[in-house]
Design a binder for this molecule. Structure first.
Ligand SMILES: NC(=O)c1ccc[n+]([C@@H]2O[C@H](COP(=O)([O-])OP(=O)(O)OC[C@H]3O[C@@H](n4cnc5c(N)ncnc54)[C@H](OP(=O)(O)O)[C@@H]3O)[C@@H](O)[C@H]2O)c1
Length: 182
């Protein structure tokens, strides 16, 4: 049964200057903020509620490769579509490739049985799908990277959002939940 109404949700951590990775794709600077912290049991960061609502994943090829290094795709139970002009071998039949962002999104909705879609990133794919994003869960990390891969790599359309909740986490992250204005 397809899930055509699935919401497209970008869950992302960015530096104060708007980067999601260093110029070479590094994300080690995020590690201190991924440790367990007070409030986790209350899910103040929203991760557990987010993960529980996700029935499919869409990812750009570079993010796919980065996450493959962590073994992310091997155990993926939800359908996932990787936007890439190349062939992929994720070692998992749930993970397939499509070269066109909009078609990849439609393919994912056709494949999914339930739930929302995690726009995993990165910035290039987020720009390509900006017009389709329903919500953004932005975690601002209190660091200036100075250079890197932007959260939205552009070019893309102007799209308006409303900040629904803003929360300072105990570890210093600021989480803002944005809903798309329609
Ligand atoms: N901090 C965070 O929360 C966070 C979240 C996600 C990712 N990241 C990091 O972000 C980095 C990758 O981001 P990125 O922006 O460089 O790359 P990306 O969006 O992950 O991948 C770019 C590739 O995906 C395909 N693609 C993406 N958008 C497309 C479009 N509109 N049209 C056609 N093809 C498209 C192309 O693949 P082909 O070249 O194969 O055709 C393109 O080269 C990684 O280092 C990752 O770890 C960080």
């Amino acid at each position: 049964m397809p899930a055509p109404e699935s919401r497209l949700r970008y869950f992302v951590a960015a530096s104060i200057d708007g980067f999601i990775a260093t110029p070479d794709g590094g994300v080690d600077w995020l590690q201190p903020y991924q440790k367990p912290q007070p409030g986790d049991e209350k899910d103040e960061g929203g991760w557990q509620a987010f993960a529980a609502a996700i029935g499919g994943v869409i990812s750009g090829r570079k993010t796919y490769e980065k996450m493959a290094g962590f073994g992310f795709w091997k155990g993926a139970k939800s359908p996932a579509v990787i936007v890439t002009s190349s062939a992929i071998d994720a070692g998992n039949p749930n993970v397939v490739a499509n070269p066109d962002p909009a078609k990849a999104l439609a393919q994912l909705r056709d494949t999914m049985a339930w739930g929302d879609i995690w726009l995993l990133g990165g910035g290039q794919l987020a720009s390509g799908l900006a017009a389709e994003i329903d919500s953004i869960e932005l975690h601002v990390v209190p660091v200036i990277l100075g250079a890197g891969i932007p959260m939205f790599a552009g070019p893309g359309p102007m799209v308006e959002f409303e900040a629904v909740t803003v929360r300072r986490m105990p570890n210093g992250l600021v989480r803002t939940f944005y809903e798309r204005l329609r």
